[in-house]
Design a protein around this ligand. Structure first.
Ligand code: TNX
Length: 518
């Protein structure tokens, strides 16, 4: 009897779900009601806590842009029709409920992030409707909660620089997709993009050039611009994390201050910092402290990747070799760990968590202050070791999370790994599709997922769009949606419906459903 009842209930819910609300990422539960809510000019948005006012203002602006009418925002809840409420609900950061009935809309959460995401879901429903005097929304109840707390996107602005407006646009889309961590790769061999007041030549000299043009005028962010981006991101509940890559990928810094270079090796001039002199640690320490003071995230990514390309220079450099001998270092690997521990300590003393690529897993860093970014999908042992050592881990393996890889068999400009590339479907299916039999996936230390946009081959805004869209929508579901709710066909249907939004926003996207469109 009971079973029958549950079955009928399931069928009932299933048929309701079939009405399909076009929200990406798919919320945890959507129950449709009957009837409609209609709102129009001057409908009032009220809040039960003053800390929610910026979210109400954000909603007001977005509705005005997408629907063309202005809502009233009130600093109290009484008398409003759209309620933004802080309540005692699910304590998970980002969890919310959104209830639309015939005469009012209520978004509630125990935290501001959740209220914001409730608003974002509502905005997606509004965008889905035709513009008019008023907007009619189907009544429903959404109860939602994110799968992961780290839903990240990394942008490399060293290889090519995109600037304030493009970064803000990316942050807008991140917010639209409930992504919450913007990892900003600001230094690398081809350019140093972050103003450091103590060392102005980092940008004035190190900022010259990019991957396509080694003498292009210097391009970088002033600290005032960085602050503007941080504020813009915070309004969208996005944390900005800077990356200062070391000890490799240091060519641009070494161009500006050659006294800290570890020497050259064929093909990689001045690729690494010199780990054998104290002045390097002072130099990097000052950079780390200034960066840490600038970014309120209390997290700094110190890179640590691909040092093998440059450490050959270390073994060829007689002063580094004698330093190793004096300290009884068995090999350059040990020197690399010594270097990384020293710079990480500086960051930790400055109050930051240290973030690093998976090469740094071999360094003994404090477990509660370290986040490892697992990027080498061909080395699952690195993921396992990171988990074993107690580190938190963000999953961003090249396959399928590198957006500098092509997303279609016919695409030419972009990478592949032994012929394999990253379709929107493979991003959507991550991580269970790729890591099906990997027990580490069950670990609580896995805090989330991230896509990385390396830009060696991405030299224009159009190309950046083409690599990012629509894969960013797949990323959104990989980060947010519970695995048992994932359904690629249903996702594709919602994605198809989103394409009109990309058109309206003038995004130069790849259309996987009509790939010869562009
Ligand atoms: C490896 S991923 C790198 C980057 C390149 C990328 C290209 C990582 C930590 N290092 O420097 O841009 O491959 O896919």
């Amino acid at each position: 009897m009971k079973i029958k009842f549950v079955l009928v209930l399931l069928l009932f819910c299933g048929s309701l779900k079939a009405q399909n609300i076009n929200i990406i990422p798919q919320p945890k539960s959507v129950i449709n009601g009957t009837g409609q809510f209609s709102f129009s000019n001057h409908s009032t948005v009220g809040v039960n806590d003053a800390s929610l006012l910026p979210i109400a203002r954000y909603f007001q602006k977005q509705v005005s842009q997408s629907a063309g009418f202005t809502l009233a925002v009130d600093n109290k809840d009484a008398g409003s029709v759209i309620h933004l409420l802080l309540t005692n609900g699910d304590p998970t950061a980002g969890a919310y409920s959104l209830k639309i009935v015939a005469n009012e809309i209520t978004i509630s959460s125990s935290n501001r992030d959740g209220v914001f995401y409730g608003v974002v879901s509502l905005l997606q429903m509004i965008k889905d409707q035709p513009r008019g005097e008023s907007i009619n929304l189907a009544t429903l109840t959404i109860t939602d909660t994110p799968r992961y707390q780290w839903r990240g996107l990394m942008l490399d602005e060293s290889r090519h620089f995109f600037g304030m407006e493009k970064v803000k646009q990316i942050l807008d889309w991140m917010a639209y997709y409930k992504l919450n961590k913007f990892h900003w790769h600001l230094t690398d061999a081809q350019g140093w993009r972050l103003e450091i007041k103590k060392y102005p030549k980092l940008t004035l000299v190190g900022g010259v050039g990019n991957y396509s043009d080694s003498v292009a005028d210097p391009q970088y962010y002033t600290q005032a611009q960085i602050k503007e981006i941080i504020t813009y991101a915070a309004e969208r509940f996005i944390t900005v994390i800077p990356e200062i890559d070391m000890p490799g990928h240091a060519t641009a810094a070494n161009k500006a201050y050659p006294q800290f270079s570890g020497g050259s090796v064929e093909g990689y001039p001045n690729f690494t910092f010199n780990p054998a002199i104290d002045s390097t640690y002072q130099f990097l320490g000052n950079i780390i402290k200034e960066t840490s003071a600038l970014f309120p995230s209390k997290m700094i990514h110190l890179g640590g990747d691909e040092v093998a390309l440059g450490v050959k220079a270390w073994s060829l450099n007689p002063s580094i070799a004698s330093f190793m001998q004096k300290n009884n270092f068995a090999d350059v690997g040990e020197l690399e760990r010594y270097f990384f521990k020293r710079v990480a300590d500086t960051a930790i003393n400055a109050g930051d968590k240290v973030l690093a690529w998976d090469e740094a897993t071999g360094t003994n860093l404090p477990a509660d202050k370290t986040i490892i970014f697992w990027w080498r999908q061909n080395l699952p042992g690195q993921l396992h070791l990171a988990v074993q050592k107690g580190y938190q881990v963000v999953l961003c393996p090249r396959l399928p999370m590198y957006f500098d890889f092509v997303q279609d068999a016919d695409h030419i400009s972009g990478r592949r790994w032994k012929g394999v590339y990253n379709t929107v479907g493979s991003v959507y299916g991550f991580p269970e599709k790729q890591l099906q039999n990997n027990e580490d996936l069950q670990s609580k230390q896995i805090i989330g997922v991230q896509a990385n946009i390396w830009t060696e081959m991405i030299g224009s805004e159009k190309r950046l769009d083409f690599m990012l869209f629509p894969r960013i929508a797949g990323l959104a579901e990989a980060g947010w949606t519970a695995p048992e709710l994932k359904d690629e066909e249903a996702f594709n249907n919602r994605l198809k419906a989103s394409i009109k939004i990309y058109d309206a926003a003038n995004i130069y996207y790849f259309n996987p459903f009509d790939k010869f469109f562009h």
